[in-house]
Design a binder for this molecule. Sequence first.
Ligand code: ATP
Ligand code: MG
Length: 244
Amino acid sequence: MNETILSYDSVTKRFGTLTAVDNVSFSVKKGECVALLGPNGAGKTTLVRLLLDFTRASDGAVTINGVPSTNPRARESIGYLPENVRIPAHLTCYRYLMRCARLLGIPPKDAPARCHAVIENVGMKGKENVPLGTCSKGMAQRIALAAALVGDPHILILDEPTSGLDPIGIREIRVILESLKAKGMTILLNSHLLSEVEKVCDAALIIDRGKVLVKDTIAAIVKDGESLEDVFVRLVTARTGASI
Ligand SMILES: Nc1ncnc2c1ncn2[C@@H]1O[C@H](COP(=O)(O)OP(=O)(O)OP(=O)(O)O)[C@@H](O)[C@H]1O
Ligand SMILES: [Mg+2]
C-alpha cells in the first residue's frame, strides 16, 4: 500500500498570465482513492490533463509509476473518464465498448470477453444491445465508466464521474467505485459532490486558484464535528473573503 503510483512534484501550469496550477505537490499510493476538490476554475481538470499529457507543465514534474507523464509508456495502465463525456447515440452499449477495445489495441479474440466483463462490472448485464441514445444519463455514465475500464487499467482517472446524475445514479457510481477499490484500483477523481467523496475516498486535496489549501486523509480533514463541506466552505471563503 506504500508504493507511489502518481506523483506531482512542484507542478505549475500557466496559460499566458493565468496560473492555473501553482506549485502543486502531492502523490497517490497504490490502491488509494484520492479526490481533487475545489471551486469552478480551481485547476482540477488541468491537473488531470497534465497527467494524461493533454497539456504540459510550465514547471515541475508529473510521473506515473516513476515514468514522466510526457512518456506514452506512462499511460499504459490508465483508464480515463473525461469531464462531460459524449458517447455515440447510434451504437449499442456492446458495440461502443468493442469500438473502444479496438482503439486500445485489445486483440480481437480477447475483446468480447473484456467488454462483457466491464459491462458486468458496471451493473449493465442484460443491457448490451440497448442503443446508447436511449440510455438514461446514469446508464450512459456507467457505460462511459466501462469504456475507461475496458483496457484493464490499474489506475482510474475520473473527472466529475457523477456530474448531472440523480441520487440513484450517484449511488450506482459509488457502488462501482467501492467495488473497484476493493479490487485494488488506484483512483484519482475530481468532484464537487463532497458527501460522496467523504464516503468513497481515502484522502483529498482542496485546491483554489491553483493552490493547494489542504491535503490530507479524509479522516484528518473531517474532524471536530465538521463535514468535508464545512471545511471546504470555510477554507475557500476565507481565501476569497466571501461569506455564506
Ligand atoms: N487551455 C486553456 N487555456 C487557457 N486557460 C485555461 C485552459 N484550460 C484551463 N484554463 C483556465 O485554467 C483555470 C483552471 O481550469 P480547470 O478547468 O482546471 O478548472 P476546474 O477546477 O476543473 O474547474 P471546474 O470545476 O469548473 O471543472 C481556469 O481559470 C480556466 O479558465
Ligand atoms: Mg474541471
